[in-house]
Design a protein around this ligand. Structure first.
Ligand code: SF4
Length: 812
């Protein structure tokens, strides 16, 4: 496709414009290779758009972007030829139309893609070589079932692992995340279970650390609709305009509520993101991994000028000052001691101190501290960027200090500093039974559980449910996931571990496309897309409206593709647990079950047939916008938090004790206070002499992680480029559009340079998700950042630190 005007049409129109209509034939010609080889017989390659479809069916974009968008698919002669979006109602807010983004609009290029897996295959070359030969379904099922029986007999069920995968997410049955909710989990639970993992590649550091401050499990923030009550909004590393960029997503909600409230929005990010461009009043560029230093200096100014909320701190928190330390920890530094330099490090966290670390001018830090302390209510939120760092746990607890210091927790317009909450419909899920195995590893640690399993312990590696792992991973199920190589750190190391077939003996990949991870399969099973089967999807992050989408089957399964539910039924039968797995039910029977069960607690939810006709069912929140910890704020004695003290723990004795007890890698720390910690490959690492640029690999609108990474329209609309500031580019003789190498000791990748002041000097951005494509010399040709990132788990969560990496760039 060569006409960017057409892309613009896709972005701005909810239906194909006349101009787009006229160009349909040319666009489909762009995928002519699909038709030329006969792979997509029956798909119209050219000609007019059919005047009348045979049918228009509702379905959804079920990827891991945080939104969930309906797609209305126009079908003629068994082919999807047009993608439309929600057209229901009068589009008033609260019943607004959920319009999909440009990614969802390009779904035909995912359905009719030359990378589609067509038949079951077995590997014939070395792992990762991508050499396969076609086999029958019978052979595939028998091979898998026999190997499962052999390995479970020899090593036990803890040797079987369900790898992280979010390629199909939000549907009730054929969903790949969380792994425990998948049909594969149900099948394995019938057969004795599998090794669990905890955390995820999105927010592991946040999930592990924020509950230490606020208690409980997932820490909520006020809902996005509560922003109507805010006067100031501060976004740390949060970019919904690219990550959740639909009419059902947080970008639309942010723009709507910001318009209603008139609140000022400050975006703190190393990059001037699309959220910065579209919605922010001010961009504060900050060096990666230094959020805690920035917050410490803001606190210094607030405390020095006595504009923090001392009354709130006295009543609702522990650990702020010496008068409020938890019993038994009086000899430890309070937060005030740490900030003011009266603690053990004797360093006042002044704006000048923070300016040298963060790159934010000291004068601006002073002004921001005053603005944040004196503008109430203030809504602070963070995306996943600040926590996906080697010191990520510290960053996210530190960011939450801003609403705590200013007394904004538990009130309308305020919040906790966590991710925005939304309103949704709860639907009963497909039941996957209970895993008899209780042992769990961190989601990021699976390569060690292959190569060093018996050395992995609870205190050193965060193994849960046991003091140590007893057996290595010998079998991996990889369903709709690309973390087997592409989305995991240090791809060249992962490649070596996976290539050794004596370690992990079998890898089964279930997917729709030949992804980089699929190339590492021993057995490849072709999955149907969501458009070749029936399912139900529920909203992701949203607004004051929850919704559910009936995903009707649009076309017949292509080639020999089958749904994962049906594949598992066959394997379960061979494992002797077929009846237990299916309970005699088909997928559609289970969908009826989910709707019927939902209606028992929510009688307003439509019955199955009515829902199918509606396509999308929407509910407006009639209650007040959600306020996190509102009851605690109103009566902290009657509504204690689930922390040891029942209060907000600025000093966490739990974390302090973990820090004393756990065996941490050199340089790692876990502290009771949310303090700034220098890290490996951070802003002050001496390695900067050799590799002077901090690299982040943030989300990018071309893809949802790696999904849509093989869609030509998206690659043209938003090409893979490394963002580099003009100052850094000039120093290297690089101009916009040059081909460059980005490299460090772990790898090298070849990519185009985007020279732009939208990234701060000293920092480069190489978007995550590009499909790893090493050449014969191992040099990646796709701009995949994970050839450069490091496989070193973070201290507490043992999570992925993908935004902590030092690199150099040179002209290719
Ligand atoms: S990628 Fe996300 S925002 Fe875009 S259509 Fe899909 S679910 Fe919606």
């Amino acid at each position: 496709m060569s006409d960017n005007g057409y892309i613009q049409d896709l972005i701005t129109d909810t239906v194909m414009s006349r101009r787009s209509f006229m160009k349909w034939s040319a666009v489909m010609g762009g995928t002519a290779a699909l038709f030329a080889n006969g792979a997509f017989e029956g798909v119209q390659a050219s000609g007019e758009i059919p005047a009348e479809p045979d049918k228009i069916v509702w379905n959804a974009c079920v990827v891991n972007c945080g939104s969930r968008c309906p797609l209305r698919l126009y079908v003629k002669d068994g082919t999807v030829y047009r993608v439309d979006t929600d057209n229901t109602g009068d589009d008033t807010w609260g019943q607004h139309q959920v319009r999909s983004c440009v990614r969802g609009h390009s779904i035909r290029q995912r359905i009719y893609n030359p990378d589609r897996l067509k038949y079951p295959m077995k590997r014939v070359g070395k792992r990762g070589s991508g050499e396969f030969e076609r086999i029958t379904w019978e052979e595939a099922y028998d091979t898998i079932a026999n190997k499962l029986k052999e390995l479970v007999g020899k090593y036990g069920n803890e040797s079987i692992y369900l790898n992280y995968g979010t390629g199909t997410l939000g549907a009730l049955i054929c969903t790949s995340w969380p792994p425990s909710a998948t049909p594969i989990a149900r099948m394995m639970n019938c057969f004795g279970g599998y090794l669990n993992h905890y955390g995820d590649y999105s927010a592991a550091q946040l999930e592990s650390s924020l509950p230490m401050t606020f208690g409980g499990g997932w820490v909520m923030n006020n809902s996005i609709e509560d922003v109507v009550n805010s006067k100031l909004m501060v976004y740390f590393g949060n970019n919904p305009c690219e990550t959740r960029m639909s009419g059902g997503g947080l970008s639309y909600s942010l723009q709507h509520y910001k318009r209603e409230s008139g609140a000022k929005l400050i975006v703190v990010d190393p990059r001037y993101t699309d959220t910065g461009v579209n919605s922010a009043d001010e961009w504060i560029p900050i060096r990666p991994g230094t959020d805690a230093a920035f917050v410490s200096a803001l606190a210094y100014v607030m405390i020095s000028e006595n504009i923090h909320d001392q009354a709130f701190l006295d009543k609702y928190t522990i650990g702020f000052d010496r008068d409020h330390m938890p019993a038994g920890y009086e000899d430890q530094d309070s937060y005030k001691d740490y900030v003011m330099g009266t603690g053990k490090d004797k360093t006042a966290k002044t704006p000048q101190w923070a300016a040298a670390i963060t790159g934010i001018p000291a004068t601006r830090i002073v002004e921001l501290a005053r603005e944040m302390a004196l503008t109430k209510p203030m809504f602070v939120t963070q995306g996943w960027g600040p926590q996906r760092q080697a010191n990520g746990e510290q960053n996210c607890r530190a960011i939450s200090m801003l609403p705590i210091l200013t007394g904004n927790v538990g009130i309308h317009g305020g919040g906790t500093g966590a991710r925005e909450s939304g309103f949704g419909i709860g639907l009963t899920s497909f039941p996957t039974l209970t895993n008899p195995v209780k042992t769990a590893i961190s989601v990021f640690n699976w390569p060690d559980a292959i190569r060093n399993a018996t050395e992995m312990t609870a205190l050193k590696d965060g193994v849960k449910g046991k003091d140590k792992l007893d057996v290595p991973i010998k079998f991996i199920w990889n369903y709709a996931g690309n973390a087997l190589i592409n989305q995991h750190a240090e791809a060249n190391l992962t490649h070596k571990i996976l290539q050794d077939e004596t370690m992990c003996e079998m890898i089964v990949v279930v997917d729709v496309h030949m992804t980089p991870s699929a190339r590492y399969a021993d057995i490849l099973l072709p999955d149907t897309t969501n458009y070749e089967k029936t399912d139900i999807a529920v909203n992701g992050d949203t607004s004051n409206m929850g919704y559910a989408i009936f995903c009707d089957q649009a076309i017949e399964p292509m080639f020999e593709a089958k749904s994962v539910y049906d594949m598992c039924a066959e394997i379960a039968t061979r494992l002797g647990v077929g009846d237990k797995y299916t309970e005699g039910k088909t997928t559609e029977d289970w969908l009826h079950y989910c709707v019927d069960e939902t209606r028992k607690t929510n009688p307003d939810f439509p019955d199955y047939e009515s829902f199918k006709k509606m396509g999308i069912y929407k509910v407006t929140n009639k209650a007040e916008p959600y306020v996190a910890f509102q009851a605690f704020r109103q009566d902290p004695e009657a509504n204690k938090l689930e922390t040891p003290s029942g209060k907000i723990e600025i000093f966490s004795s739990t974390l302090h004790n973990i820090g004393q007890k756990w065996e941490l890698q050199e340089g790692d720390v876990i502290t009771g206070l949310p303090i700034y910690m220098e890290t490996w490959e951070g802003v002050s690492d001496p390695l900067k002499e050799k590799y002077p640029l901090q690299m982040i690999s943030a989300h990018y609108k071309q893809r949802t992680h790696s999904t849509y990474g093989n869609v030509p329209w998206m690659a043209e609309a938003a090409p893979q480029e490394v963002w580099i500031n003009p100052i850094d580019a000039a120093a290297r003789g690089i101009v916009h559009g040059d081909k460059v190498y980005v490299f460090n000791d772990r790898g090298r990748t070849h990519v185009l340079a985007k020279v732009t002041p939208r990234i701060m000097p000293g920092v480069v951005q190489l978007p995550e998700g590009a499909w790893y494509a090493p050449d014969a010399n191992g040099v990646d040709q796709a701009g995949c950042p994970n050839v450069l990132t490091r496989y070193r788990p973070s201290p507490l969560a043992k999570g992925d630190p993908m935004h902590t990496a030092l690199v150099q760039i040179e002209k290719a």
